[in-house]
Design a protein around this ligand. Structure first.
Ligand code: NCD
Ligand code: ZN
Length: 354
């Protein structure tokens, strides 16, 4: 039996408020626990988006009533909420800035809209960027100019990981996360994921080339965190017109990483560092007392969407054979997950900023 700390996923789309047919605070936190994750930080691109005190309370009230693991809620950076967002920093997981096109309404197209957030959001509070390619270069420059630490979400390209490496070497305060789907899938896998429905292969950032994937593995030491970017949409939506981008990931991240560890592609220490030690520091999280994850390292099984807790009903990793299964999760001294069942009660999760 392998014992891991309770894992932290700093990038989860819970979908509540507004799209609970995809997921809600109950199902998202069940999915988290079954994947060995005891803390999730929820993204603000909900309906309505989380951008002021009233909308933040909407999400936090739902979380308080339903969450079965610990949680935080990001506030989104909008075109004119820099004062409000800064004032909410103590209650929020951090500030999320959408600088590139994605699912939802929060987007800061114009660079002049970035400045007030960089000036006003507290330097000690996490600022997370959706910034791809050249936008990433711009975000890093803002970080250097305004002397504000930033965390780059879902790095997927070779040019991005190399730029972050160079920025770190220069002493710029930049950290980053990489998602399992960008480590285990390339654009060449899209036909196999799609089953004739191209929408199933849609995710932002897009699946990249094999060379990009290779560069992420070759620069594991530059990657501060793993994060799922758990972005559930139903199969009906994925297979319909205008398929929304996004993959679920909470339940497949740890088994995929454990399988890679078994194959010698990374060490268990990397998993602990990137899913516990580093996110705990970067996102200012306190220790969860008496909390751990028990893994049966030798259990092999096939990933099946029919056996998952997420409401979205599918996974891009359907049929993958993995080695390493979460057998039990203990959260604050209580068994929260065991033998395939979630035992933690609705509302037992705590707000990390509470
Ligand atoms: C995310 C979503 O569905 O909310 N989709 C995605 O493809 N990652 C949006 C996002 O993370 O940018
Ligand atoms: Zn996301």
């Amino acid at each position: 039996m392998l014992k891991l700390p309770g894992l932290i996923d700093p990038h989860v789309h819970v979908r509540e408020p507004g799209a609970t047919h995809k997921e809600d605070w109950d199902t998202a936190t069940q999915a988290a626990l079954s994947g060995g994750v005891t803390t999730i930080l929820a993204m603000p691109n909900t309906k309505p988006p989380i951008f002021d005190e009233a909308t933040l309370n909407l999400a936090l009230d739902a979380a308080k009533a339903k969450a079965r693991c610990d949680y935080g809620q990001y506030v989104g950076a909008g075109p004119d909420n820099s004062d409000i967002a800064a004032s909410l920093a103590p209650k929020a997981a951090g500030l999320k800035m959408y600088l590139d096109s994605t699912f939802g309404e929060l987007r800061l197209d114009d660079m002049t809209l970035w400045t007030p957030h960089f000036q006003k959001f507290p330097k000690s509070a996490p600022m997370v960027m959706h910034s791809e390619s050249r936008t990433l270069a711009a975000a890093i420059l803002f970080s250097a100019i305004y002397d504000h630490p930033i965390h780059i979400a879902h790095v997927s390209l070779k040019e991005e990981i190399l730029l972050i490496k160079a920025a770190k070497e220069k002493g710029i305060q930049v950290t980053c996360e990489v998602c399992p789907h960008h480590l285990f899938l390339s654009k060449e896998d899209i036909p196999a994921i799609s089953h004739g429905h191209p929408g199933r292969g849609e995710v932002r950032p897009r699946l990249a080339t094999k060379e990009d994937v290779h560069s992420l593995w070759a620069n594991l030491d530059v990657i501060d965190c793993f994060a799922t970017d758990h972005a559930p949409h139903t199969l009906e939506e994925k297979d319909g017109e205008n398929p929304p981008p996004g993959f679920p990931g909470l339940e497949t991240m740890l088994p995929l990483l454990l399988t890679a560890a078994d194959d010698g592609r990374l060490a268990i220490d990397h998993i602990v560092q990137k899913l516990y030690t580093n996110p705990k520091r970067i996102f200012n999280l306190s220790e969860q007392q008496e909390t751990w994850v028990e893994v049966d390292e030798n259990a092999t099984y096939e990933i099946k969407a029919s056996e998952t807790f997420t409401r979205c009903g599918w996974t891009p990793f359907e049929g993958w054979k993995v080695k390493g299964k979460v057998s039990r999760v203990v959260l604050r001294g209580k068994t929260a997950f065991e033998g395939g069942k979630v035992l933690a009660e609705m509302g037992s999760g705590r707000n990390v900023r509470g």
